[in-house]
Design a protein around this ligand. Structure first.
Ligand code: P6P
Length: 352
C-alpha cells in the first residue's frame, strides 16, 4: 500500500499551541516531566477561554454591571468577576494535581480534599483584574501564579501556609489580557512567551517567543491623580522622566488595568509604578496574585520589579491578600529609580 510522507510545515503553516509549547519546554528542561504541569495549565487556558467568550459578548449577555455583591476586598463585584472566578475554580478543581487555590475574590484559600504530597500544585489568581473598566470596554485581564505544594504540608495544616510563599518560589506565572486580541503571556523560569487566541480554532497560538523588555522605553505609567500623596522620591523620579534628562521626555500612558499597563511596559519598555498613597499607604496592588506574577515575568524578560526597598520576589507574604507598592520596568528606568530611593537602600544594585 502506498503511503504518502507528510513533512510537517512543508505546506501548512506551523502553529505551536500553548500546550505544545509548555510540553516542549518541560521536555527541554525537565526530561522526566510527566505532562502534569501542562494538564494544570490547560485548566487555566480553558477557564480564560470561557471568560473571554463572555467578555466579548458582555453587553449582549447582561454580563455588564455589578453583581450587587461585595468581595473580600470590600469592592463591588462585577458580574464578569463572579463568572471568571467560578470558571477558574471549576477548571482547576477538576485537575487532580491542584491541591489548593487562592483567589482575589475569595477570603480564604480553597483546599481540595485528599490532595497532598509530591507533584501537587498551589494556584493563586486574580480572575478578572481591572474589572471596574468592563462597562466602558477597556481591556481587563486574568493573572495567575503557580507554586509547588510544600511536601511536608499535612492535610490538617492551615492551607494558607502553602500559599504564603515568596515570589522566588513560583514555578510559573502568567496573565491573559482581553484586549483588541486575547493574549496569554507566561513564564516557567525559562524566558517569557506570548500566545494569541485564534478564535477560528479556539487555541492560544505562539505569537511572541522569548519576549525581552527594551533597555529603555518612552512611557511611564502611573495614576498621577495621586500625585499630591506620592512620597517625594517618587515625584522627583517622575519629574526626572518628564524633564528630558533621561535622553527623552517620557509620555504618560495609564489605563488603570494592571494587565494592560504591564503588557505595554513589557513589550515597549518604560516603567509602571503604583506608589504608596494616603488611601493605600502599603500600596494598592496585591502581592501574591498581581505583583509576584508580574515581577517574575518582568525579571525573566530582563526587567526588574521592586517595592522601593527590595525585590518584589523576595517579599515574604503574611496574608493571602497582602498589598505592596509596585515599581516594574526596564533596566534603564529601574536603575534610575534606584538612585531616587537609595536612602531606603535595600534595592539590589541593578548593576550587580
Ligand atoms: P487606580 C484595578 O482595579 C487595579 O487593581 C489594577 O488593575 C490597576 O493597576 C489599579 O487597580 C488601578 O488603580 O487607583 O489607579 O484606579
Amino acid at each position: 500500500m502506498n503511503t504518502k510522507r507528510f513533512v510537517l510545515g512543508a505546506t501548512d503553516p506551523v502553529i505551536v499551541t500553548v500546550q505544545q509549547h509548555i510540553l516542549r519546554e518541560q521536555r527541554k528542561h525537565s526530561p522526566h516531566a510527566t505532562g502534569s504541569f501542562s494538564w494544570l495549565l490547560s485548566g487555566i487556558t480553558l477557564a480564560t477561554k470561557m471568560t473571554e467568550a463572555r467578555v466579548r459578548r458582555a453587553g449582549l449577555l447582561d454580563m455588564l454591571g455589578s453583581a450587587e455583591r461585595v468581595n473580600v476586598q470590600g469592592e463591588l463585584q462585577q458580574k464578569l468577576d463572579v463568572y471568571a472566578n467560578a470558571a477558574l475554580v471549576h477548571c482547576l478543581g477538576i485537575r487532580e494535581n491542584v491541591a489548593i487555590i487562592a483567589s482575589e475574590e475569595i477570603d480564604e484559600a480553597i483546599t481540595f480534599d485528599g490532595r497532598s504530597g509530591p507533584g501537587k500544585y498551589v494556584v493563586v489568581f486574580d480572575p478578572l483584574d481591572g474589572s471596574s473598566n468592563i462597562d466602558v470596554n477597556v481591556s481587563v485581564g486574568t493573572i495567575f501564579s503557580i507554586l509547588a505544594l510544600p511536601e511536608d504540608l499535612r492535610a490538617s495544616d492551615d492551607a494558607s501556609l502553602a500559599v504564603l510563599q515568596p515570589g522566588v518560589k513560583q514555578l510559573a506565572a502568567g496573565y491573559v489580557v482581553y484586549g483588541s486580541s486575547t493574549i496569554m503571556v507566561y513564564t516557567t523560569g525559562h524566558g517569557v512567551h506570548g500566545f494569541t487566541l485564534d478564535p477560528a480554532i479556539g487555541a492560544f497560538v505562539l505569537s511572541h517567543e522569548n519576549i525581552r523588555m527594551p533597555r529603555q522605553g518612552d512611557y511611564y505609567s502611573s495614576n498621577d491623580g495621586n500625585w499630591d500623596t506620592f512620597p517625594q522620591p517618587y515625584r522627583d523620579y517622575i519629574s526626572y522622566l518628564r524633564s528630558g534628562e533621561a535622553g527623552r521626555r517620557y509620555s504618560l500612558r495609564y489605563i488603570g488595568s494592571l494587565v494592560a499597563d504591564f503588557h505595554r511596559t513589557l513589550l515597549r519598555g518604560g516603567v509602571f509604578l503604583y506608589p504608596p498613597t494616603d488611601k493605600n499607604p502599603q500600596g494598592k496592588l496585591r502581592l501574591l496574585y498581581e505583583a509576584n506574577p508580574v515581577a517574575f515575568i518582568a525579571e525573566q524578560a530582563g526587567g526588574f520589579a521592586t517595592d522601593a526597598t527590595q525585590r518584589i520576589l523576595e517579599i515574604v507574604p503574611t496574608d493571602i491578600h497582602d498589598r505592596t507598592p509596585l515599581i516594574v520596568g526596564g533596566p534603564f528606568e529601574m536603575a534610575a529609580f534606584e538612585k531616587f530611593v537609595q536612602p531606603a537602600r535595600r534595592v539590589p544594585s541593578l548593576a550587580s
